[in-house]
Design a protein around this ligand. Sequence first.
Ligand code: ZN
Ligand code: ZN
Length: 339
Amino acid sequence: MPTMQVSVLRGIGQVDIEERPTPEPAADEVLVEVGSVGVCGSDVHYYEHGRIGPYVVDTPLVLGHEAGGVVTSVGAAVTHLQVGQRVSIEPGVPCRHCPQCLTGRYNLCPDVRFFATPPYDGAFSQFVAMPASFVFPVPDSMSDDAAGLIEPLSVGVWACQRGGVSPGTSVLVTGAGPVGLIAAQTARAYGADTVTVTDVNKHRLHLAERLGLATFDVAQTSLVDAGIEADVLLECSGNARATWDAVSTMARAGRVVLVGMGGDTVQLPLSYVQDRELTITGAFRYANTWPTAIRLAASGRVDLDAMVTGHYGLHNVEAALTASRDDPQSMKAIVRPGE
Ligand SMILES: [Zn+2]
Ligand SMILES: [Zn+2]
């Protein structure tokens, strides 16, 4: 039986290489040789804490859910993908039967099997088998890294849709990490008139400037004094203070989308929310975003490769997971399981 190498998280701060049988794709699945996997904040959180809320790593878990690669084998019932096709993987497979799935909000399916969320393994692995409906062709002009980063781009697309970003709107993005900078570029592509990104990290703000985005350094001046009145807030920092300040500056009838994961509770300036009739919503993953996200990246309207600050082989997953903690210039670490 052919085998492959995977990187497993055994417990807090402990990753190892394991040899496992290479999966056989079922009739409706394809086997993908994984080229690039982006490291996400959730992977780092599992590595550092062994859990995210109710999801506890109690058996070895393969991390990684932002994956691109190439199809190497195709199940008998698959007609739209061929061996050799380069692809991006949508990493959650919903049940496809519950009321949420049937209305198209499959991101809210209670029975979704999502990569790198216990007990389901992710993509820090040489191969993954995946239902073909969740595997999307990408053009050859797109890098493997960008094919993987279609996942966080999908988060940005979903956030813009939740917030009703449309031509002429002004958008404030709090937090210039990978999701914030991708969401900001997406908002611009959706026709936003002005997009301003805030952070306290000057490296991240410089990258935002290089991407042509307006920036505001909240380490220097309080956002409350910036004179920004946004129609839409894409909150990507997960920071309580940033959230409070940003909500306090919203325009009337503004829309707040909470994307970042911060503490369990956050305080909100209720008088503003009431007086200005702000709408506040969460954004959980995404639904039906891959085709849009692939087009946004392929056309160059969203630059995903600019996010990448380091590549790591499967034997260096630990360094990939600690890169953002150890280096303030690190944005997006990429694991390349074939190296
Ligand atoms: Zn992610
Ligand atoms: Zn469902």
